[in-house]
Each structure stands twice: as structure tokens, then as C-alpha cells.
Design a protein around this ligand. Structure first.
Ligand SMILES: [Zn+2]
Length: 257
């Protein structure tokens, strides 16, 4: 599953590998077409960025948004190189003179005018800890709007903070020693600020490892550690599915209160 840092690492890689290509061929398989893909023809690729879990490809005045969900991937190939995956999995491709970019399996691909697409996306997403526009205060206020809900549930809500997925959510709450079951109304201002701070710190650590091409194991203290021990108290890491979201949840019950 793509989380904010994975999307950002993709964007950095694509910017480097596909920069400056001018579109000579385009293909899109999508039920929802906002702008005809042929509008991309002869447009230059100016770079990529992420917003939350979305990957944005910027062409002259047109932006392509991809959300990879569970199985999507993006590859840049030399123009004559054969794609490594079956053709029927291709959702979007653009060919330049030297290289081609292919998106496989992504459930969401949108093409639209730059401003329209960005405005629409920003209106539905909370602040992104990896964005230049990251706004801690707004993130705190967004959390406070959900007083009766659990912090473990709210952290996955992309309208509250964008880019936090299940790995980050587990590690953030472990690091701040807060139980995912705590209701927002029971958290102190200090605890909420610490959680928001950890969203940024852990997202950056996660991104750094991704960009360096390393695994993220070194930042994982609880996630997927089914028989692991807590590094603070030595107690067992407990695994359960948190309700009502039914997501894998790992906690140290003595440290996370
Ligand atoms: Zn512990």
C-alpha cells in the first residue's frame, strides 16, 4: 500500500527519469475522462510531486493524478524497451522521444487542467507532512474536529492529514505512547501536538529510506512484529484489528495508554 512517503519517493524518481520528455503518444484506460488524453500531445513533462498518497505528473498546463492503492506501480522505460508487465494491466502511458512512462493497475487516474485538478485535490485533503505547505496547526485543528472518534481511526482519514497510511499510523502512536483506542476528546493538547509532530518526523524518516533505496525496517518498531517485544519495556507487542476500520493494529499495551 502506498503511503505519503512512497508516493513522494516515486515523484522524485519520475522527475529525474522522465524530465523534459515531450509527449508523442498517449494512452489512457479510465472510466472517468475529465479531459481528453490527446490534449497531452506535444506537451513537455515538467516534473512530478506527491500530495498525500497521490502522485502528480505535471505537463505544460495539464496534470495527471494517479492513486496507486494496493497494486499500482509506475515505471519509466527506454523508448524501445519492452514493458515488463502484461499490456492489459496498463492504465496510462506516455511516450516521449527517448523514454516512456507507464502506470500499471492504478485504480485512479485523472487528467485535468493544472489549477482545476490541484484545487479539487487540496479541497478534499488535509495538510501533507511532506508538502512545502505543511501546516501543523491546521492538522491539530482537523483532529480536534473529531472529538468522539478514536485517534487510530482519525489518523487514516485523508481529510484530516494527507499521506498517513497504516504503517505510519501504527508507528506514530507507538512512538508517542498513545493507544489507538483513545478518543480525541481524551487527548491533551500536548499529546495531539506530539502526534502531529511525529507524523512529520516519521514521514521524513520513511521518505529518506525510500529515496536511498533501503527497506523501511529500521523505523518499524511495532508494525508487522507479530511476536515482537517492546523496545521500551520488553513487553509483548499485541496484534488486533481495530474497529470499525478493520485495519491491522500493533500496540504495546503497557506503554501506549
Ligand atoms: Zn512497552
Amino acid at each position: 500500500m502506498v503511503e505519503g512517503p512512497t508516493a513522494k519517493a516515486y515523484a522524485i524518481k519520475i522527475s529525474r527519469e522522465f524530465y523534459g520528455e515531450v509527449v508523442k503518444n498517449v494512452f489512457l484506460k479510465s472510466r472517468k475522462v475529465l479531459l481528453e488524453p490527446k490534449e497531452l500531445l506535444n506537451k513537455r513533462f515538467l516534473g512530478s510531486d506527491s500530495l498525500g498518497k497521490n502522485i502528480l505528473l505535471f505537463f505544460e498546463n495539464i496534470t495527471v493524478r494517479a492513486h496507486l492503492m494496493m497494486f499500482g506501480t509506475i515505471h519509466v522505460y527506454e523508448i524501445n524497451e519492452l514493458p515488463q508487465k502484461p499490456i492489459e494491466r496498463i492504465r496510462f502511458s506516455v511516450e516521449g522521444l527517448k523514454r516512456k512512462l507507464i502506470i500499471y493497475n492504478a485504480p485512479i487516474i485523472e487528467i485535468d487542467k493544472n489549477e482545476i485538478l490541484l484545487e479539487r485535490l487540496k479541497s478534499i485533503l488535509g495538510p501533507d507532512p511532506l508538502s512545502r505547505e505543511w501546516d501543523k496547526e491546521k492538522a491539530v485543528n482537523n483532529i480536534l474536529k473529531h472529538k468522539g472518534e478514536k485517534i487510530g481511526v482519525i489518523l487514516l482519514d485523508q481529510t484530516v492529514i494527507a499521506g498517513i497510511g497504516n504503517i505510519l499510523r501504527n508507528e506514530i502512536l507507538y512512538r508517542i505512547k498513545v493507544s489507538p483506542e483513545r478518543k480525541i476528546e481524551s487527548l491533551s493538547e500536548n499529546e495531539i501536538e506530539n502526534i502531529v509532530g511525529a507524523c512529520e518526523i516519521l514521514s521524513r524518516e520513511f521518505l529518506k529510506l525510500k529515496v536511498e533505496g533501503k527497506g523501511i525496517r529500521e523505523i518499524l518498531n511495532v508494525y508487522n512484529r507479530y511476536r515482537g517485544r517492546c523496545k521500551y519495556c520488553g513487553g509483548p507487542i499485541k496484534f488486533y484489528m481495530q474497529k470499525p476500520i478493520n485495519r491491522k493494529t500493533f500496540v504495546c499495551e503497557s506503554c501506549q495508554i
